[in-house]
Design a protein around this ligand. Structure first.
Ligand SMILES: Cc1cc2nc3c(=O)[nH]c(=O)nc-3n(C[C@H](O)[C@H](O)[C@H](O)COP(=O)(O)OP(=O)(O)OC[C@H]3O[C@@H](n4cnc5c(N)ncnc54)[C@H](O)[C@@H]3O)c2cc1C
Length: 484
């Protein structure tokens, strides 16, 4: 992704050299995304149908959470809007009032994404959809084969002049005075020199951690899951236009439908379950027959490097940090790291302000996502296992406690600057996890009860009508972007 975006953004101004080792390979998991990936593909001028076809991808309207609040419970975090705002207030404020009066259904009935997803319906917003119809509001992401996407982007980057060198880096040479990285030596003996080094070496964090020793902020006390096993299985039904995440005793399981198979994984805490038990839970809960052996347990720690940019090294991807994949945010963090790098791209003097700005923005971005993830764990009613008991009682960051306090009072939520998740995401997860505001914004009382009833009903009917004319996800793919 980095090489592709740099060749596209800088053309011949830069000589991009990519070193990677087939022997080491890529982590190869990570198949579910957030809608922002569309901006990345748009920057690269990638044709959507071609991309979906070549990555055997499907479309994603949101995430279905099962058993998170309590066993047997389910809710959808759909992308996009909820209802229609009126005056200064978001729709959910009117919904809260209507709900108190017994005039409203579950919040999912007022979002086109959330209603369409479990029905297996999907549509890219038609270009001629009037702007005030929910059809124009459909916001979607992708589920795809990450290995095929990497391959696709490799062709793209090489086609635009990036030079790829196959080989293993065995030594990193720094300038004796400045500590800047000057070159890397490969096992073959070849040396690759450069001005700027982008560390995309995954959990190894070869340059940012190994050479420059940028410290690691460990957040495992808030996000205690530290291992994952993945296995693909046969597809047994039409692909759902959403990712499913089911809470388990010591973690959770993902289910990501692609065109040709279903991706599965169990993310768990090694404090609360053994690898063998975690594997048994995963294999017992597959839709169809496994198509390969499960991966070995992948170990990780939630957190990030103190500095993602240090001297002339910028860490992108897992080298910079990792937050568990519950809300599919890692590929987004790669993308935003690249966009930030392009915006702050240095000249050879490496003005330190660029590094500071980059690191401050990255810190903010990671912390906001971290809090959103913790919300799924701390706001639970589950008490049936050690993990969930731990999560219910753990001390949470002050920033998150403040968000929850405001919401629990009267459903208020303020998106903090450029944080990734919007009000509608936070509201859906707060409600889904069982946080019920005691009241609603006082301004919602301007609307009389009878006007409120007709407003809420009209939104619900409109959304239901729009969903009813959407094709099935499977038909949409068959018509526009079926993998060959
Ligand atoms: C369990 C799990 C589930 C995930 N699910 C999602 C998801 O649903 N959605 C999402 O957005 N993200 C997800 N992710 C994250 C996603 O997988 C990664 O962000 C993505 O794959 C990018 O990884 P990377 O390029 O940073 O590292 P890697 O894929 O590990 O790539 C590292 C590269 O560095 C090379 N390399 C390393 N050392 C050397 C060396 N010495 N010499 C030469 N080359 C070297 C390797 O060959 C490789 O090419 C998940 C991650 C995990 C662990």
């Amino acid at each position: 992704m980095t090489a592709a975006a740099l060749t596209k953004s800088f053309g011949k101004l830069l000589q991009v050299t990519l070193v990677e080792s087939e022997e080491i390979g890529i982590i190869g998991v990570g198949e579910s995304t957030v809608p922002h990936l569309r901006d990345f593909n748009r920057l690269l001028e990638i044709d959507e149908a071609d991309f979906v076809r070549r990555t055997k991808g499907t479309f994603k309207l949101g995430i279905q959470f099962r058993d998170w609040r309590r066993l047997g419970d389910s809710y959808v975090h759909g992308f996009g809007t909820i209802g229609r705002s009126l005056g200064l207030l978001d729709f959910h404020q009117y919904w809260l009032k209507a709900r108190k009066l017994g005039l409203a259904k579950d919040i999912g009935h007022y979002s086109i994404n959330t209603l369409a997803a479990p029905q297996g319906r999907f549509l890219v917003p038609p270009s001629d959809a009037p702007p005030n119809t929910p059809l124009a509001d459909i916001v979607y992401a992708y589920q795809f084969d990450a290995g095929l996407y990497a391959r696709y982007l490799r062709d793209y980057a090489e086609g635009r002049g990036a030079r790829r060198i196959e080989g293993k880096i065995v030594e990193v040479k720094q300038n004796g005075e400045s500590g800047f990285v000057e070159s890397v030596r490969l096992e073959s003996g070849a040396t690759v020199a450069g001005d700027l080094f982008i560390d995309c070496s995954g959990f190894r964090a070869l340059l940012i951690g190994g050479t420059l020793r940028s410290g690691f902020q460990d957040w495992t006390h808030w996000l205690p899951l530290d291992r994952a096993i993945a296995v693909p299985c046969e597809k047994v039904e039409p692909p759902t236009p959403y990712t499913r995440v089911t809470a388990r005793e010591a973690g959770w399981q993902w289910r990501i439908p692609l065109q040709h198979r279903t991706g599965n994984g169990h993310v768990y805490s090694s404090r609360f379950v053994s690898d063998d038990e975690a594997m048994a839970v995963l294999l017992k809960n597959l839709d169809g027959k496994p198509l390969a052996d499960a991966t070995k347990p992948i170990r990780f720690a939630a957190g990030k490097r103190d500095k993602l940019w240090h001297k002339n090294v910028v860490a992108i991807g897992l080298a910079g940090g990792f937050l568990e994949p519950l809300e599919s945010t890692a590929i987004f963090l790669i993308q935003s790291g690249i966009f930030r790098l392009v915006q702050l791209f240095p000249r050879r003097d490496f003005d330190p302000t660029l590094e500071q700005t980059y690191n401050a923005q990255a810190q903010f971005e990671y912390e906001r996502i971290r809090d959103f993830l913790i919300l799924h764990y701390c706001a639970t009613e589950r008490e049936d296992s050690e993990l969930w008991r731990y999560c219910r009682s753990m001390k949470i960051p002050d920033s998150l406690r403040e968000y929850i306090r405001l919401f629990a009072d009267a459903g208020r939520f303020f998106r903090n600057g450029t944080e990734l998740f919007a009000v509608t995401s936070w509201v859906q997860v707060m409600l889904g996890q069982g946080i019920r505001p005691r009241s609603y914004h006082p301004a919602a009382d301007w609307v009389t009860d009878s006007d409120l009833r007709s407003f809420v009903e009209s939104v619900e009917k409109l959304i239901a009508r729009c969903v009813s004319i959407m094709p099935s996800h499977e038909d949409f793919i068959a018509r526009h972007c079926a993998a060959v």
